[in-house]
Design a binder for this molecule. Sequence first.
Ligand code: AMP
Length: 287
Amino acid sequence: MRVAHNPTEIQQSLGTLRKQKSIAFVPTMGNLHDGHLKLIAKARELADIVVTSIYVNPLQFGPEEDFDTYPRTFEEDAKKCQASGVDFIFHPDNLYTQDGPKVTLCVDTSLSVPLCGSKRPGHFNGVATVVNLLFNIVQPDFALFGEKDWQQLVIIRRMVQDLHMPVTIVGVPTQRESDGLAMSSRNRYLTPDERLRAASLSRCLHTIRQGFHDGESDSKLLLERGRNVLAGADIEPEYLEICDEETLEPLPRLSRSMRARAFVAARIGKARLIDNMPLYTMEAINS
Ligand code: AMP
């Protein structure tokens, strides 16, 4: 495994290899956990060469957010990458021009404002810009993203489609702790008590999914049941919604044929956590 610290280094390393071999790319902000490693394992299955980037992208953090305190654990991350069969880590200090980026991508408000967008203005423009930039540097055949950040996955898929980017986007299901909490680098901000309460986020989504499976089609009533689960853990959600998983538009009434997905975000102590679950598949309902 090699570590490249700037765009030239990674481009030189991949330059001749890419002629004969396929490349799968896993962009991350580091502090790797089993969710990230699942993406890396899938990348390993798909391509000859696996590249992981570790870069805490300033452009996607708001002024009040945790850019400065975001966990940076490169040594441990590198060991995990090595053990998981990563070929190259791309670990740049900074990806932007000295005076800051003057040209960035702008995501349509229909996708950037719902759900996380309203509380994180500019976040998805920052994500789209850095992913575009990383794609230009790495030029992968495949790029893997977690379903945990569903809105991000939808936006990246749309970016690749709309801008005709020559890369295949692969979504990977959410990796969870044994009590259902979606793995996240931000879980480490939780105190032991908050950690226990945080499991109610996925319980809330399960309750909604079970309610739908049992025949309830009124989203308002399903969401009320979900809210009750959260209230039991003293959690007031930032949002709790059932939306079409592609357009992200709220769905007031549900049917089996809809691609409906429940989404939740909440602040618990210092952590802002998100989760989502599909409502439509039997497989998902039984898991
Ligand atoms: P991050 O380092 O948080 O930017 O995440 C890097 C990638 O890992 C993104 O595509 C995330 O969606 C994905 N990811 C983060 N947590 C999980 C998880 N629990 N399960 C699956 N993928 C995840």
